[in-house]
Write a protein of this length. Structure first.
Length: 194
Protein backbone atom coordinates (compact mmCIF):
# COMPACT_ATOMS: atom_id res chain seq x y z
CA UNK A 1 0.00 0.00 0.00
CA UNK A 2 1.40 3.41 -0.89
CA UNK A 3 -0.15 6.18 1.18
CA UNK A 4 -0.02 9.94 0.72
CA UNK A 5 -0.45 12.73 3.26
CA UNK A 6 -4.18 13.38 3.42
CA UNK A 7 -4.22 17.09 2.47
CA UNK A 8 -1.90 16.45 -0.48
CA UNK A 9 -4.09 13.50 -1.47
CA UNK A 10 -7.23 15.65 -1.32
CA UNK A 11 -5.66 18.23 -3.64
CA UNK A 12 -4.44 15.55 -6.05
CA UNK A 13 -7.89 13.93 -6.16
CA UNK A 14 -9.54 17.29 -6.75
CA UNK A 15 -7.18 18.02 -9.65
CA UNK A 16 -7.88 14.57 -11.12
CA UNK A 17 -11.64 15.05 -10.90
CA UNK A 18 -11.32 18.32 -12.81
CA UNK A 19 -8.99 16.71 -15.35
CA UNK A 20 -11.61 13.99 -15.81
CA UNK A 21 -14.22 16.57 -16.81
CA UNK A 22 -16.00 17.74 -13.67
CA UNK A 23 -16.50 21.42 -12.90
CA UNK A 24 -17.11 21.54 -9.13
CA UNK A 25 -15.14 23.95 -6.98
CA UNK A 26 -12.89 22.89 -4.10
CA UNK A 27 -15.55 23.72 -1.49
CA UNK A 28 -18.06 21.39 -3.17
CA UNK A 29 -15.44 18.67 -3.50
CA UNK A 30 -14.40 18.78 0.16
CA UNK A 31 -17.85 19.45 1.61
CA UNK A 32 -18.42 20.47 5.19
CA UNK A 33 -19.04 17.10 6.80
CA UNK A 34 -22.50 18.38 7.74
CA UNK A 35 -24.27 17.66 4.46
CA UNK A 36 -27.96 16.85 4.69
CA UNK A 37 -29.00 13.22 4.73
CA UNK A 38 -28.67 11.55 1.36
CA UNK A 39 -26.04 14.02 0.16
CA UNK A 40 -22.31 13.68 0.41
CA UNK A 41 -19.17 15.36 -0.81
CA UNK A 42 -16.70 13.63 -3.10
CA UNK A 43 -14.09 13.73 -0.30
CA UNK A 44 -14.66 10.73 1.94
CA UNK A 45 -12.39 11.04 5.02
CA UNK A 46 -12.81 7.40 6.05
CA UNK A 47 -10.95 6.32 2.88
CA UNK A 48 -7.82 8.12 4.14
CA UNK A 49 -7.71 6.89 7.73
CA UNK A 50 -4.70 4.75 6.92
CA UNK A 51 -4.30 3.12 10.32
CA UNK A 52 -7.80 1.68 10.18
CA UNK A 53 -7.33 0.71 6.54
CA UNK A 54 -4.09 -1.08 7.45
CA UNK A 55 -5.84 -2.92 10.31
CA UNK A 56 -8.70 -4.00 8.04
CA UNK A 57 -6.38 -5.28 5.30
CA UNK A 58 -4.10 -6.97 7.85
CA UNK A 59 -7.03 -8.91 9.28
CA UNK A 60 -7.93 -10.12 5.80
CA UNK A 61 -4.40 -10.87 4.54
CA UNK A 62 -2.29 -11.23 7.72
CA UNK A 63 -0.01 -8.32 8.60
CA UNK A 64 3.06 -10.19 7.32
CA UNK A 65 1.54 -9.87 3.85
CA UNK A 66 0.96 -6.11 4.01
CA UNK A 67 3.54 -3.43 3.25
CA UNK A 68 2.69 0.24 3.74
CA UNK A 69 4.99 2.95 2.42
CA UNK A 70 4.45 6.71 2.23
CA UNK A 71 4.72 8.30 -1.21
CA UNK A 72 6.67 11.14 0.38
CA UNK A 73 9.43 8.67 1.28
CA UNK A 74 9.68 7.75 -2.41
CA UNK A 75 10.36 11.42 -3.14
CA UNK A 76 12.61 12.33 -0.21
CA UNK A 77 14.56 9.06 0.18
CA UNK A 78 13.89 6.90 -2.88
CA UNK A 79 16.59 4.36 -2.05
CA UNK A 80 15.07 3.72 1.38
CA UNK A 81 11.59 3.44 -0.14
CA UNK A 82 12.67 0.86 -2.72
CA UNK A 83 14.86 -1.09 -0.28
CA UNK A 84 11.91 -1.43 2.10
CA UNK A 85 9.73 -2.63 -0.77
CA UNK A 86 12.40 -5.03 -2.07
CA UNK A 87 12.90 -6.49 1.44
CA UNK A 88 9.15 -7.01 1.78
CA UNK A 89 9.04 -8.79 -1.61
CA UNK A 90 12.23 -10.77 -0.88
CA UNK A 91 13.90 -9.22 -3.91
CA UNK A 92 17.68 -8.88 -3.86
CA UNK A 93 19.06 -5.80 -5.60
CA UNK A 94 16.94 -4.36 -8.34
CA UNK A 95 17.28 -1.12 -10.21
CA UNK A 96 14.69 1.60 -10.23
CA UNK A 97 14.28 4.66 -12.39
CA UNK A 98 13.70 7.86 -10.43
CA UNK A 99 12.33 9.73 -13.42
CA UNK A 100 9.01 11.46 -12.78
CA UNK A 101 6.06 10.65 -14.99
CA UNK A 102 2.60 12.09 -15.43
CA UNK A 103 3.16 15.55 -13.94
CA UNK A 104 -0.12 17.28 -13.19
CA UNK A 105 -1.50 20.59 -14.35
CA UNK A 106 -0.70 23.80 -12.50
CA UNK A 107 -3.43 25.12 -10.20
CA UNK A 108 -4.21 27.86 -12.74
CA UNK A 109 -4.50 25.33 -15.58
CA UNK A 110 -6.78 23.22 -13.39
CA UNK A 111 -8.99 26.23 -12.64
CA UNK A 112 -9.17 27.16 -16.33
CA UNK A 113 -10.07 23.58 -17.15
CA UNK A 114 -12.79 23.56 -14.49
CA UNK A 115 -14.41 26.65 -15.97
CA UNK A 116 -14.38 25.24 -19.50
CA UNK A 117 -15.27 21.61 -18.75
CA UNK A 118 -19.02 22.14 -19.10
CA UNK A 119 -18.53 23.38 -22.65
CA UNK A 120 -16.81 20.26 -23.97
CA UNK A 121 -18.53 17.00 -24.97
CA UNK A 122 -16.63 14.23 -23.22
CA UNK A 123 -16.40 10.51 -23.70
CA UNK A 124 -17.89 9.17 -20.46
CA UNK A 125 -16.95 5.57 -21.28
CA UNK A 126 -13.20 5.73 -21.50
CA UNK A 127 -9.97 7.68 -21.34
CA UNK A 128 -9.86 8.37 -25.11
CA UNK A 129 -11.31 11.87 -25.37
CA UNK A 130 -12.47 13.78 -28.45
CA UNK A 131 -9.89 15.99 -30.16
CA UNK A 132 -11.63 19.15 -28.89
CA UNK A 133 -11.24 18.01 -25.26
CA UNK A 134 -7.56 17.15 -25.80
CA UNK A 135 -7.01 20.63 -27.26
CA UNK A 136 -8.86 22.18 -24.31
CA UNK A 137 -6.51 20.44 -21.85
CA UNK A 138 -3.47 21.37 -23.93
CA UNK A 139 -4.48 25.06 -24.09
CA UNK A 140 -5.18 25.21 -20.34
CA UNK A 141 -1.82 23.57 -19.67
CA UNK A 142 0.03 26.11 -21.85
CA UNK A 143 -1.75 29.07 -20.23
CA UNK A 144 -1.15 27.65 -16.76
CA UNK A 145 2.57 27.39 -17.43
CA UNK A 146 2.99 30.75 -19.17
CA UNK A 147 0.90 33.09 -17.04
CA UNK A 148 2.50 34.44 -13.84
CA UNK A 149 3.18 31.76 -11.24
CA UNK A 150 1.72 34.04 -8.56
CA UNK A 151 -1.76 33.26 -9.91
CA UNK A 152 -1.24 29.54 -9.37
CA UNK A 153 0.24 30.22 -5.93
CA UNK A 154 -2.87 32.18 -4.94
CA UNK A 155 -5.18 29.42 -6.17
CA UNK A 156 -3.10 26.74 -4.41
CA UNK A 157 -3.17 28.76 -1.17
CA UNK A 158 -6.97 28.96 -1.33
CA UNK A 159 -7.27 25.21 -1.99
CA UNK A 160 -4.97 24.44 0.92
CA UNK A 161 -7.00 26.67 3.27
CA UNK A 162 -10.25 24.90 2.33
CA UNK A 163 -8.64 21.46 2.61
CA UNK A 164 -6.94 22.26 5.94
CA UNK A 165 -10.19 23.62 7.40
CA UNK A 166 -12.03 20.43 6.41
CA UNK A 167 -9.34 17.97 7.53
CA UNK A 168 -8.30 19.68 10.74
CA UNK A 169 -6.83 17.13 13.16
CA UNK A 170 -9.03 14.16 12.26
CA UNK A 171 -6.12 12.01 11.01
CA UNK A 172 -3.54 12.93 13.66
CA UNK A 173 -3.95 9.89 15.91
CA UNK A 174 -4.25 7.47 12.98
CA UNK A 175 -1.08 8.88 11.39
CA UNK A 176 0.80 8.70 14.71
CA UNK A 177 -0.13 5.04 15.21
CA UNK A 178 0.76 4.16 11.64
CA UNK A 179 4.11 5.97 11.87
CA UNK A 180 4.99 4.00 15.00
CA UNK A 181 4.04 0.73 13.34
CA UNK A 182 6.02 1.54 10.17
CA UNK A 183 8.94 2.94 12.18
CA UNK A 184 8.88 5.99 9.92
CA UNK A 185 8.72 9.57 11.18
CA UNK A 186 5.58 10.56 9.28
CA UNK A 187 5.63 14.03 10.83
CA UNK A 188 8.96 14.74 9.12
CA UNK A 189 7.28 13.78 5.83
CA UNK A 190 4.50 16.32 6.36
CA UNK A 191 1.83 14.13 7.95
CA UNK A 192 -0.27 15.54 10.75
CA UNK A 193 0.29 13.49 13.90
CA UNK A 194 -1.36 13.68 17.30
Amino acid sequence: MTIREQAAMAEALYRQIIRSGDNIDIEQFMGTGLEQEGWTSRWQPSFFDYWHLYNFISRKLDSANVCVLPMELMRSAPEEYWQRLFRFCNVVGGEVSHKRHNDGLTPLATKLLRHTNGLMPRNKLGSKQPRLVRKQVELCKILGERLPATISEKISKHWREVIDARIGTQFNESNRLLGEMLQIDLASLGYRVG
